[in-house]
Write a protein that binds this ligand. Structure first.
Ligand SMILES: *[C@@H]1O[C@H](CO)[C@@H](O)[C@H](O)[C@H]1NC(C)=O
Ligand SMILES: *[C@@H]1O[C@H](CO)[C@@H](O)[C@H](O)[C@H]1NC(C)=O
Length: 496
């Protein structure tokens, strides 16, 4: 039975011709017919998915490299694997624009990942997922988003149009790249859902897995960066000696307890992976996460704030300090602020349910209470408050939010709900705009209908950037930092 199922190597019925010459032609004929019959039955009973899978498994070479190169010979790509919530993903997206710019590669723009779909771990504790693990999780999550019809590109939400039009960065949508890499004759970006196409899904999983690094690198084609925050802090033209020790190292206690032997070095990303390096010859360069944060006077993974000898990168750094939401989101937030609230208001961003924030309700509410007490002493009442929180409104009774809602003489609360018309309208506008698919390799800019579900968080941030009375955020929340940045760049007063 075995040879029947190895379909890419079908049994050769004529293979034994020399021997069978001496046998009866009738016996030979009946064996042949029988074999064909069996093959026919087997073929019709094996699901299509298995067929495409087996043909791929049996192909150990990266034939995809040839396809990708043939279609786009002068392009070199930059892949990375974002993680965690939206604000983290945005930070990583900016780092990706910077790194792709330094390495002069076309950035593959990832989707917006579900919150908590992919976790990195802790750099300071030297306990993180390896870059290979990060990549495989992210590619598979991206396929899951495609399968369930929930795929939204980062570039649908974040406005990179001026960066692209000024040629500061070259980008390509992950779906379009995957279509190219997997040699598909359909454009993944144009499929609403992959649920009805199991064979396509299998094929996609298989060929996208090769981009993780688990199968190793392929010269001239694929290079996976294995250095992560346990060993490397990337720099660029820093003036440091390349490979010098970073000030933050695992301490002796941690080394003993966790048996870690890591040493963190500061390395110039261009010298390591740019022109003339082994990685440079690869069509695809794949990083793991690009998460970084200041820690103990150092940076966890990327420490590039200036490029003194590279004007192109210096201006890129200045241009990505803040990248706004796309115009549809900004105008929705402004519309709510100016047409619904229509008066000076305070924004309260209260992160109450997620992770560590569950245990900090008291401190979070206290900050808001202090702000409100001082406003009540000097200003008119009721005070308008836009509340942005992950705690459902049905759970407000019995805590400080419930108190505020009851005290209608002093406060007037505003908040957006998932079912508000403004959200549906914005989602529709984003679908029509399809920003993420406007950029690409020549001949691939074709727009396709898109779907949007969750725009609440983005509109809420914009509303908060319009709050003229002030902003009270949750300590330690990256969302609060994003809003502060939007306020600093005065997003609300710009035209749109
Ligand atoms: C960047 O790469 C392109 C090819 O994609 C090349 O034409 C260009 O000269 C490169 N620019 C720099 C600054 O290396
Ligand atoms: C919110 O309320 C629902 C029922 O109304 C309850 O099941 C749930 O535990 C509450 N959540 C919190 C965080 O209080």
């Amino acid at each position: 039975m075995k040879n029947i199922f190895t379909l890419s190597k079908p049994p050769k019925p004529w293979g034994g011709r020399r021997k069978s010459q001496h046998r009866s032609p009738f016996l030979f004929l009946s064996i042949t017919i029988f074999t064909f019959l069996l093959l026919f039955i087997a073929y019709n009973h094996i699901p299509e998915s298995l067929l495409s899978l087996s043909s791929k498994t049996l192909d150990p070479k990266f034939s995809q490299c040839h396809t990708t190169k043939a279609i786009s010979p002068d392009k070199k790509f930059f892949l990375y694997a974002p993680h965690s919530g939206f604000s983290n993903q945005l930070g990583e997206f900016k780092n990706a624009i910077l790194m792709a710019g330094i390495l002069n590669r076309t950035l593959i723009v990832p989707p917006v990942l579900d919150h908590h779909a992919v976790a990195l771990g802790s750099c300071p504790k030297f306990r993180v997922q390896s870059p290979n693990q990060m990549r495989i999780s992210v590619w598979h999550h991206a396929i899951e988003l495609l399968r369930s019809g929930r795929y939204v590109s980062m570039a649908d939400i974040i406005d990179i149009s001026s960066l692209v039009s000024s040629s500061m960065v070259k980008v390509l949508d992950f779906r379009r790249f995957a279509s190219l890499w997997c040699g598909l004759d359909v454009d993944l970006a144009c499929l609403i859902s992959l649920n009805t196409q199991p064979s396509l899904l299998d094929r996609l999983r298989q060929c996208v897995s090769m981009l993780s690094g688990l199968n190793g690198n392929v010269d001239g084609c694929f290079f996976a960066v294995d250095d992560d925050c346990r060993t490397t802090v990337w720099t660029y033209q820093s003036g440091d000696e390349d490979g010098v020790l970073d000030p933050f190292q695992p301490d002796e206690q941690l080394k003993k307890k966790k048996k870690v032997s890591y040493v963190r070095r500061r390395r110039d990303v261009y010298k390591a992976l740019g022109s003339g390096s082994k990685a440079d010859s690869a069509t695809i360069l794949a990083f793991g996460t690009l998460f970084t944060a200041p820690y103990k006077g150092s940076q966890l993974y990327i420490d590039i704030n200036a490029a003194p000898r590279d004007q192109r990168i210096q201006s890129l750094i200045e241009n990505i300090e803040f990248i706004p939401f796309v115009p549809e989101i900004l105008s929705a937030g402004k519309k709510y602020a100016f047409e619904t609230i229509k008066a000076p208001f305070l924004c309260a961003q209260l992160r109450l349910l997620d992770g560590q924030f569950k245990n900090h309700w008291k401190a979070t509410f206290l900050r808001l209470k202090e702000k409100l007490d001082s406003l009540r002493q000097k200003g008119p009442q009721p005070i308008n408050i836009f509340v942005m929180t992950d705690l459902p409104v049905t759970n407000w009774t019995g805590n400080y939010l419930g108190d505020l809602a009851k005290d209608t003489d002093s406060f007037k609360l505003y908040f957006l709900r998932k079912e508000d018309e403004l959200l549906a309208q914005t989602a529709q506008k984003l679908a029509t705009a399809g920003h993420g698919l406007r950029y690409g390799v020549t001949g691939m800019e074709k727009p396709c209908p898109q779907r949007f579900s969750d725009v609440l968080l983005f509109i809420e941030q914009t509303v908060c950037s319009c709050a003229t009375v002030g902003f009270v955020g949750t300590a330690g929340s990256t969302l609060a930092e994003s809003i502060e940045l939007m306020r600093k760049f005065d997003v609300c007063s710009t035209q749109n």
